[in-house]
Design a protein around this ligand. Structure first.
Ligand SMILES: Cc1ncc(COP(=O)(O)O)c(C=O)c1O
Length: 401
């Protein structure tokens, strides 16, 4: 006899959380573990953001707000979409939720019927398939190989769409691969989608501001404006402003979908916390110089990791184009034998070996739907990253083929 609903039977807890838990357990035995499992910026949020929230909370009462978010915050979001992405949205096309994650959750709850297919180009963000399954959706996960820059191609997209496809999820820069799409690449995908009017598009642009080598970020909405009436552009303040714990995400999209998402929100958490919405407004409207400083730091760390990994023959890594992860290929390690005589059968075993032998916590590619890889987060100091790459190199050198 269980008290757990059957809809949870196929849903897994977050893989990156599980890795961090394993790292914590090892660290509790006194071992010095470097945890590169979780992805959250290691900077403090810019001071004016926290100040705005604290001042407001000490000055006035903090009450429930509209489920879609305060009009003030939605105005700041509309201005952001106009200024940074060239997109025009009315306030009733904008929703605010407790993180981009809750935005996605609300959107799926509002739109997915049992058996609908959710197209998730792999490697994908770990939560997408699990959320899809919660609502009876069926994840379809075409592999986007390293040789194709981990990008979905028009051919693979066309071959993956069926009459049951409800959503295509795009995520750029990608967690875990860092892949970014050019305007032309997005338009080529848009041309395929134009032929399939039943497909909604969710463009997760939460890493928009963490983009390297002088690339310009192009929102899917801006590249394919003819698809805007079925596109949900998702973003949030977690990554750009180092505000993960404030829990503010937002989206813009078709009015009927946004309205349905507001209904979901009003019957669950009511609204995002009022001070957090004030902080998010300050983030979007205030000075943006620290966003560039964070990005420059992430780019230096990316360079350092790419350089370090290039010195380990058995591993592969093309420079990630954005976000703060390195998705490292480990095909040459599969079948290798550890000093204790274990054969590494897959990337789960590789990640476990790196933790046990190198004391570095990384997430296996299996969690992102594309193997054999492991993901490390580069959201930590340069010294820690240098030490982590050195440890990975040492552990790999102990393996026998
Ligand atoms: C691709 C992607 N989307 C969404 C999120 C969730 O962001 P938020 O903190 O706004 O819920 C993450 C967080 O890791 C992410 O990597």
């Amino acid at each position: 006899m269980t008290c757990i609903a059957s809809r949870l039977s196929a849903v897994k807890p977050s893989a990156s959380m599980a890795v961090s838990q394993a790292a914590k357990e090892l660290a509790a035995t006194g071992i010095d573990v470097i945890d590169l499992g979780l992805g959250e910026p290691d900077f403090a949020a810019p001071a004016h953001i926290t100040k705005a929230a604290f001042e407001a909370a000490s000055r006035e009462r903090m009450l429930y707000t509209a489920s879609l978010g305060t009009p003030d915050l939605r105005k700041a979001i509309a201005a952001k979409f106009k200024r940074e992405n060239g997109l025009d949205y009315a306030l009733d096309q904008i929703a605010v939720a407790n993180g981009a994650k809750q935005i996605i959750f609300n959107a799926l709850m509002a739109s997915v019927e049992e058996g609908d297919e959710i197209l998730l180009p792999a490697p994908y963000f770990v939560s997408y398939p699990e959320m899809a399954k919660l609502f009876g959706g069926v994840p379809v996960t075409p592999e986007c190989l390293a040789e194709a820059g981990f990008r979905l191609t028009p051919e693979v997209l066309e071959a993956s769409i069926t009459d049951k496809t409800r959503w295509l999820f795009l995520n750029m820069p990608s967690n875990p691969s860092g892949a970014v799409y050019s305007k032309e690449q997005l338009q080529a995908l848009g041309a395929v989608l134009a032929k399939h009017p039943q497909v909604l598009i969710l463009s997760d642009e939460i890493y928009e501001h963490i983009i390297f080598d002088g690339r310009t970020f192009v929102s899917f909405g801006a590249a394919s404006p003819e698809l805007l009436e079925r596109t949900l552009v998702v973003n949030g303040v977690s990554k750009a402003y180092a505000m993960t714990g404030w829990r503010v995400g937002y989206a813009a999209g078709p009015k009927d979908l946004i309205k349905a998402m507001a209904t979901v929100q009003s019957q669950s958490c009511t609204s995002v916390s009022a001070p957090a919405q004030i902080a998010a407004k300050a983030a979007l409207e205030g000075p943006q110089d620290e966003v560039s400083t964070f990005c420059a730091a992430f780019e230096r760390r990316r360079n350092l990791v790419v350089e370090g990994i290039s010195r380990i023959d058995a591993l592969t890594l093309d420079p990630p184009e954005g976000a703060f992860y390195a998705y490292i290929g480990c095909a040459a390690l599969i079948g290798a034998v550890t000093p204790s005589g274990q054969t590494l059968a897959d990337d789960v075993a590789v990640a476990k070996y790196l933790l046990d032998e190198g004391h570095v916590a990384a997430v296996p590619g299996t969690a992102y739907g594309l193997s054999p890889f492991f993901r490390i987060s580069t959201a930590t100091s340069e010294e820690v990253l240098i030490e982590a790459v050195t440890r990975i190199g040492r552990a790999v050198a102990k393996l026998k083929k």
